[in-house]
Design a binder for this molecule. Structure first.
Ligand code: SF4
Length: 240
């Protein structure tokens, strides 16, 4: 892992816990992931790639309307029908194909059962899911954390941006490096990772914008060295 540029002498684990306590007290529990079933989490994780949640929610609504938030029906639905339902999420052909790829893997490896899927050892399940075409590390970790309650931190853009601006990870750290940093300094706790990631997303949306962070009103402002965020040059790199 690349060396970090953390300016403070505070131990990283202690700093991460302070961040969490502050965000939770200011923003409250986020109740993530917004879904009723494990299948809905998985589909939402695929559909939200490169789009806003509102567009994903519309696609899920269409799938529900057509009775396709059901594994058996989704598996036998025509590609055209699935594509029509997920159109609002953008890249709809690609996303419909990824859904089919996932269902094909589930059928082949787990006899079509989400119960069997989540009974696999977490690292092995992650390895297999990463081999499904269309699933990148961020999507896979959302599935593992929010559908399976397995402790994999979703080290997305919001997470990387906040941590880099506070000097906790290198500004050019990639997805795996940020995740490794978090796994190395936080207890392996799915509930903690769930809430922590959801809070970071909220901070990212409200305050830690990619181009102009609004530090003055941000709950994490008190943790900035000399009240200044570290400048980062590539806040938008994605892992998929
Ligand atoms: S907006 Fe500023 S204070 Fe808030 S997380 Fe980003 S860099 Fe930190």
């Amino acid at each position: 892992m690349r060396s970090v540029t953390r300016p403070s002498e505070v131990e990283p684990g202690a700093a991460l816990h302070r961040f969490f306590a502050k965000m939770l007290s200011e923003l409250g529990p986020q109740d993530w992931w917004p879904a009723r079933t494990r299948l809905e989490v998985i589909l939402g994780a695929i559909l939200v790639q490169n789009t806003a949640w509102q567009n994903t929610a519309l696609a899920l609504k269409q799938l529900r309307k057509k009775g396709l938030l059901n594994l058996a029906r989704l598996r036998t639905a025509s590609p055209a029908k699935v594509e029509a339902c997920v159109r609002s999420a953008g890249f709809y052909r690609q996303k419909a194909r990824t859904i089919q790829n996932f269902l094909g893997w589930l059928e082949h490896e787990c006899q079509g059962s989400l119960g069997r899927m989540f009974a696999l050892a977490p690292e092995e399940l992650r390895r297999q899911l990463l081999e499904v075409k269309g699933l990148g590390p961020e999507t896979v970790d959302v599935i593992l954390l929010y559908a399976g309650r397995r402790p994999f931190f979703v080290a997305d853009n919001y997470t990387r941006r906040v941590l880099a601006r506070h000097g906790m990870v290198h500004p050019s750290a990639d997805y795996a490096e940020v995740q490794q940093f978090l796994h190395g300094h936080l207890p392996s706790d799915a509930d903690l990772f769930n809430e922590y990631h959801a809070l970071l997303v909220e901070i990212g949306k409200q305050h830690c914008r990619s181009r102009a962070p609004r530090c003055e009103e941000c709950p994490l402002e008190e943790f900035l060295e000399q009240h200044q965020p570290i400048e980062i040059s590539s806040p938008n790199c994605r892992a998929g």
